[in-house]
Design a protein around this ligand. Structure first.
Ligand code: KG4
Ligand code: ZN
Length: 353
């Protein structure tokens, strides 16, 4: 039998993506339309602007994915689409398109949890795919999730953020530091902050590591709002001399990133401990989501994983950020387990894994 082919559609946030992948873990095609330019001026994503852009570009992106793959729509085995979590208007564009496509073609429809898409990406990109169960840290603009992945569709959430997501903190601090966004795929404010941080001294500003003295023993939740405020406070205390300020921007970026990493390491350490105490033999540490493309974070987490006797598994940077491939692949994993949805399903703005 020929390999299965799934079309994946992603419109949960600000990227319009479509891709076709096979059960042999090949990318037949990958099309994406980015909206960075539209949102930069506003300093964040404006839902109505995102909606208009998804509506305008999704048909062309899907057409491009099919053409590039050299696959007729009738030769697909399923249509997968991000069902949630995400922005209401944005999710609706993808969901309506996918439902209609699937119904017209008489193909299975698979509604994918965006975060499961990020989590399963590592099983697509690795030569030796990480086997279940694995410990998984998903860090993006909208989410900070520490999970145990037991199987497809079966997760235990160990921790989440109590306030801002990691990527959101990167974005807000980048804004305070007035860093221009990096253009192109995998760009945005977070990637720009990472670049600036490379030139800075991470010990120049002593920022408090969030929740280090928390009394909740074993707590695996995250918090980034206090850190953001601490950066703001330090910035206000800087001399008003513009030249001095300019020099210290890189130090602030580096100090912020250093503290974020310390916080992630604290919580992941607890995650590994939790696994041991609960008889879960994690095969690996998987990280994904836009922030997981950060090289400094990867390097530190890789050492932590090694100390816990497992490999760090992380998809290539461009597959860590939102894209159609991750939805197509999660759809494939679900299709292979018979997890198919009704054409009447609706989007889920909030959808815990
Ligand atoms: O997963 P993603 O593409 O979209 C969401 O689902 O949110 O993640 C986007 C987030 C943004 O906050 C962006 O600034 C951040 O990931 N990001 C980074 C880096 N690249 C993207 N944050 C830190 N370092 C990076 N290199
Ligand atoms: Zn994402």
């Amino acid at each position: 039998a020929r390999p299965l082919r799934v079309l994946g559609i992603e419109t949960s946030c600000d990227d319009t993506g479509a891709a076709v992948v096979t059960s042999q873990r090949e990318i037949l095609s990958e099309a994406i339309h980015l909206q960075h330019k539209l949102h930069e001026a506003h300093g964040g994503i404006v839902p109505i602007v995102a909606l208009a852009s998804h509506s305008a570009h999704l048909p062309g992106v899907v057409r491009a994915a099919l053409d590039q793959a050299g696959v007729k729509a009738t030769e697909l085995d399923a249509i997968a689409v991000t069902r949630g979590p995400g922005i209401h208007s944005c999710l609706s564009v993808g969901m309506n398109a996918a439902k209609t496509l699937a119904a017209v073609l008489g193909k299975p429809l698979i509604g994918v949890n965006h975060m499961e898409g990020h989590a399963l990406m590592a099983r697509f990109t690795e030569q030796t795919p990480p086997q279940f169960p694995f410990l998984c840290l998903l860090i993006s603009g909208g989410h900070t999730l520490l999970l145990v992945a037991h199987d497809v569709n079966h997760y235990t959430q160990l921790g989440t953020t109590l306030d801002d997501a990691v990527g959101e903190a990167y974005d807000k601090v980048a804004r305070m530091l007035e860093i221009p966004w990096l253009e192109g795929r995998g760009g945005g404010p977070g990637a720009a902050l990472e670049l600036l941080a490379r030139r800075g001294d991470p010990h120049r500003f002593a920022l408090p590591v969030p929740m280090r003295h928390s009394t909740r023993v074993g707590g695996m939740d995250f918090s980034f709002a206090g850190l953001k405020t601490a950066v703001q406070r330090e910035l206000r205390r800087l001399p008003s001399d513009e030249a001095v300020k300019e020099n210290q921007r890189a130090d602030m970026a580096a100090s912020f990133q250093y503290t974020v990493i310390a916080h992630l390491l604290d919580k992941l350490g607890r995650g590994f401990k939790w696994c041991r105490q609960n008889g879960i033999d994690a095969t690996s540490l998987v990280i994904s989501g836009g922030v997981a493309s950060n090289q400094a974070i990867r390097a530190s987490l890789s050492r932590l994983a090694e100390n816990n006797g497992v490999p760090l598994v992380c998809p290539p940077a461009k597959l860590c950020t939102d894209n159609g491939v991750m939805i197509a692949w999660a759809g494939m994993e679900r299709l292979q387990r018979g997890l198919i949805d009704d054409y009447a399903i609706d989007i889920r703005i909030r959808w815990p894994l």
